[in-house]
Ligand binder design. Sequence first.
Ligand SMILES: C[S@@+](CC[C@H](N)C(=O)[O-])C[C@H]1O[C@@H](n2cnc3c(N)ncnc32)[C@H](O)[C@@H]1O
Length: 210
Amino acid sequence: MDMDAQAWNERYATSELIWTDQPNRFVAEELAGQPAGRAVDIGAGEGRNAVWLARQGWRVLAVDFSAVALDKGRAFAERLKVGGQIEWHEADVRTFSPEPGSYELALLSYLHLAPDALAGVFQRAARALAPGGVLLAVGHDRANLEHGVGGPQEPEILYSPGALRDVLTACGLSVPRAETRERPTPEGVALDTFVLAFAPPEADGVSAEG
Ligand SMILES: C[S@@+](CC[C@H](N)C(=O)[O-])C[C@H]1O[C@@H](n2cnc3c(N)ncnc32)[C@H](O)[C@@H]1O
């Protein structure tokens, strides 16, 4: 059911960026002005969010299984002079584990996989967060099928705020926001699931040495 790396490489094989050079609007709205740290962008594609984060001062690990997308991201980052802040890593996120406890931000932007695979990705993303770190996920909402435009049409790979809240709560994160949001596009209004979740803060009085 999931598209493989070769299919994504073929989709990316054009000289233009197939998405855009602008970050996702919800990512930018949420993170503009926040203190920068280490971020992992899971399913980073051509790096529109990774490059934006780097320009805000973040150091980013951008992971995708499409070598073509990563090459385009690398060139894009070089053009904007933030190449040194982004590591481009070719890996299948269905098995890739970012270093646990290491990131102030885990970002998933329109990564659509079979539900079991996606749950595993979220579990590893949650584990990768440093204390107090934030997980931001945005994806096409199931309600988009009937009430929105664009996006994948297979209901089983679409997001829903309730299901995502349950997955992330089970990972030990607090989930203050899980909602369906409208995203205007030239074709009409698209409906996205937007979720913000936080790792527990470091316990008071506990030093790094325990
Ligand atoms: C719709 S694009 C979104 C790209 C980027 N996050 C953005 O918002 O522009 C989905 C991306 O997920 C990547 N992807 C899909 N399945 C993957 C997998 N199993 N492992 C790694 N990357 C994957 C694709 O190569 C593609 O770049």
